[in-house]
Design a binder for this molecule. Sequence first.
Ligand SMILES: *Cc1c(COP(=O)(O)O)cnc(C)c1O
Length: 356
Amino acid sequence: MKKHNFNAGPCILPEVALQNTAKAVVDLDGIGLSLLTISHRSKEFQAIMDETVALWKELLNIPEGYHVLFLGGGASLQFCMAPFNLMNKKVAFLETGVWAKKAIKEAKFFGETAVVASSADKNFTYIPKGYKIPTDVDYFHITTNNTIYGTEIHEDIDSPVNLVADMSSDIMSRPIDVSKYAMIYGGAQKNVGPSGVTFIIVRDDILGKVDRPIPTMLDYRTHIDKGSMFNTPPCGSIYTMRETLKWFKSMGGLEKIHEMNKKKAKLIYDEIDRNKMFVGTAVKEDRSLMNICFVMDEKYKEKEAAFLEFATKAGMVGVKGHRSVGGFRASVYNAHPIESAQALVDCMKEFEKQNA
Ligand SMILES: *Cc1c(COP(=O)(O)O)cnc(C)c1O
């Protein structure tokens, strides 16, 4: 039976990226060696690295003065690496969920943190608005897409101080104005590749401004100097990321991808709003295009397990909500096909017909 992959991360990847990776794992471009057994210092791998960086720059239109790094450790390591490199005294945060809270926790090791606004009062079902970003901070940190709650900041915000963004789960889902950010980071496994590789886009001039010594591996300048090859990079993950980015490009770039994402998300949100058995959890204006969170209407609460079983039987995978919010979550990242979104909608319609 055809499976419809709604996993939140690691996530669905383009079929062609998987096929090409499978071939390269056996024999990379006919050189008679596997992608996984060649030296990261070989000309073959250097070419893969260079092309991947070039694709990042092209797809996101990254201006001069920025570097793109591919490291290990996940977005979670960036929660501490960012303040290690960028924070002298104080950092401001927008608290929009568990990931933001984790970033705040790590920054506290290095100084004072200020939560400028929080949506904790309503279990992070909205993005706070109308807050004022303080100017006495080293930077302002945001989480652009809140994977667990299905809320998203849909525009690049203006910040009077350096803006640092965790874009783990919506990077490359739409065109962005990189020049508005001092740094952008995330784990690749939510939208641009497999797990094992972390992307960092950093503006050079923000580095070297802190007083503390920084251990070599945790210093962004080390990785800039060595082109993300100070140590052995996650070669296989980078290869699949390159193939994924090539697919984004072949689809027409991020504007086209954004249109596709809007269409897919609308299909499912429209059904949630129409179907009397389900309700969306995020406030409408802040609804994420990537992670669609919904629950059973109060009246049908006892049907939750039955719907999950029904959906699973119909081939849906990964629609169970995060354990901290319950209900359902449909993650519809870039590579998620509209046919799968339609299959979920059909499933919801059929379930309503049989149960309401
Ligand atoms: C998944 C996720 C993380 C954690 O990523 P890891 O690469 O597993 O460390 C951080 N932030 C957001 C927004 C996420 O969705």
